[in-house]
Write a protein that binds this ligand. Structure first.
Ligand code: SF4
Ligand code: FES
Length: 213
């Protein structure tokens, strides 16, 4: 599916259906802007204030929704002040950072990355964890960590062939309930779904015969 672009009076909404993980924060939070289950136009940028519409993009974990003010004064594509990866219960890794994937700068700082191994759109989540019955805690144990000297800056995600995501850059690992469980500048995150030390890789991908580019 190509990106949908809907220009309103004050803001423009972009929607990339391939990135959407159906967390439904948009249709549940602002059904006047994102009208569920209708034929035809379902995105209505003028149905709420520019601030509210901007908030819907900032709340979309996958980066599927992006919003910009038409006068150029604000965009949801601005990187955060703190790079984070949130471990979603039974679901993907939600990254917010000045994001690069395979050294390619990304248009949006938000992305949900597959950690069950089943997505057909790796390294992104495509919602396959639900039909696969993937179970994994969103509350990993905290590790010992030192404060980061810098909390933002470029974060590069390098999917390793048949193995984990090598993540390089300043990053705080955050549980589903918002606990910081680790602070790192380089780590290997499991994307095969088999590790016993999720969200980190423990080498289980080899015995599992995990295959991925
Ligand atoms: S991922 Fe974003 S676009 Fe998709 S349902 Fe959730 S909030 Fe809406
Ligand atoms: S990628 Fe899952 S254990 Fe290494």
């Amino acid at each position: 599916m190509t990106e949908e672009v809907v220009q309103g009076r004050d803001v423009t909404i972009r929607f990339d259906g391939k990135r959407c993980i159906h967390s439904r924060a948009c249709v549940l939070g602002h059904p006047e802007v994102y009208v569920p289950n209708v034929k035809g136009a379902w995105i209505h940028p003028d149905a709420a204030s520019a601030e509210v519409v901007m908030h819907t993009a900032l709340s979309c974990p996958s980066g599927a929704i992006r919003v910009s003010h038409n006068d150029g004064s604000a965009t949801s594509d601005t990187p955060p002040m703190v790079n984070t990866v949130r471990v979603r219960e039974n679901g993907p890794l939600a990254v917010e950072a000045e994001l690069l994937i395979r050294d390619e700068p990304q248009t949006t700082p938000r992305a949900t990355l597959c950690r069950c191994g089943q997505s057909a759109n790796k390294p992104f989540c495509d919602g396959a964890h639900a039909s696969a019955g993937f179970t994994a805690t969103g509350e990993p144990s905290a590790r010992e960590f030192a404060p980061l000297m810098v909390r933002n800056g470029p974060l590069n995600v390098q999917p390793l062939k048949d193995g984990p995501l090598l993540v390089t850059g300043n990053l705080e690992v955050v549980s589903g309930t918002g606990r910081t469980t680790d602070k790192v500048t380089r780590t290997f995150l499991c994307r095969c779904g088999q590790s016993r030390t999720k969200p980190y890789c423990d080498g289980s991908h080899k015995a599992a015969g995990f295959l991925a580019d």
